[in-house]
Design a protein around this ligand. Structure first.
Ligand SMILES: [Fe+2]
Ligand SMILES: [Fe+2]
Length: 260
């Protein structure tokens, strides 16, 4: 199985480059599933139903997210009702939405689990124990060789690698998101779990991690709050392709993708 996982889609520039690049990526890599991180897809903050439809129509089969998924509460009913989009599983259970799901396409099934880190991030439940609980539930309901992709939305490289090692051999891939900067440490761990600290960001790379420089820099210079605007220069798609063995669901390969 081949999975194309696209890093945080940031606002309209990100949606546009995803939509325009996907036909070429599909032709070149023939992924069975296309999964995107959508936490910044609507104007850099959260999601809307319109953007959800746009991303599905463009060719996304499943969506993961992160801390920004909560920014637009008009999207909460969809989070509650449609398991093609998930939010980090380790938010308190009272929060709307699913933390993990199984998506299906042409008879193939792919498990998706979304977790969020706790280092330099808001204090929420333990992602390690949330992973154990989610995997136990999936093991009860699904085939033993279900491929599972984990999007670990986290700040610290150490926490990301720790979770990947903790889950090595139990999931097909642990891919990091949230920093918006693609790292060069892609690898398949000894147990067969593909890993990268951060997939990067799909959007404007000309500013500061997807935000226009003129709306970020003053905050550093003055300490005063500022309204962030999405960057629309140097627009690029950041992604990874993960290949798994159909018999064992172990990862065979992980490759970084950068498209202008
Ligand atoms: Fe993000
Ligand atoms: Fe984030």
């Amino acid at each position: 199985m081949k999975i194309l996982f696209v890093g945080d889609i940031d606002g309209r520039p990100g949606r546009n480059v995803f939509t325009s690049s996907l036909p070429e990526l599909n032709a070149k890599h023939t992924p069975d599933f296309v999964v995107v991180n959508c936490e910044n897809a609507a104007a850099g903050k959260g999601m809307t139903d319109t953007v959800f439809s746009q991303l599905l129509e463009a060719g996304a089969h499943g969506m993961t997210s992160g801390n920004h998924i909560w920014d637009k509460n008009i999207f909460y009913p969809t989070l509650r009702g449609d398991a093609r989009v998930i939010r980090p599983a380790n938010y308190p259970p009272i929060c709307p939405g699913f933390g993990y799901t199984v998506i299906e396409r042409n008879g193939a099934r792919l498990g998706l689990l979304n977790l969020q880190g706790r280092v330099f991030m808001p204090p929420i439940d333990c992602p390690f124990r949330a992973a154990d609980a989610a995997l136990a539930d999936l093991a009860e309901k699904e085939a033993a060789n279900l491929p599972i992709l984990v999007d670990f939305h986290a700040e610290a490289t150490s926490e990301k690698k720790a979770l990947a090692i903790y889950l090595d051999g139990r999931v097909s891939a642990v891919v990091g998101t949230h920093t918006h900067v693609q790292t060069a440490d892609e690898q398949v761990l000894p147990g067969g779990t593909a890993f990268i600290s951060d997939v990067g960001m799909t959007g404007g790379h000309g500013g500061i991690i997807g935000v226009a420089t003129e709306t970020v820099l003053p905050r550093y210079l003055t300490g005063l709050p500022a309204k962030f605007e999405v960057c629309d220069t140097d627009v690029r798609l950041n992604a990874v392709i993960i290949e798994t063995d159909d018999e064992t669901a172990r990862a065979v390969n992980i490759t970084r993708v950068q498209m202008p």
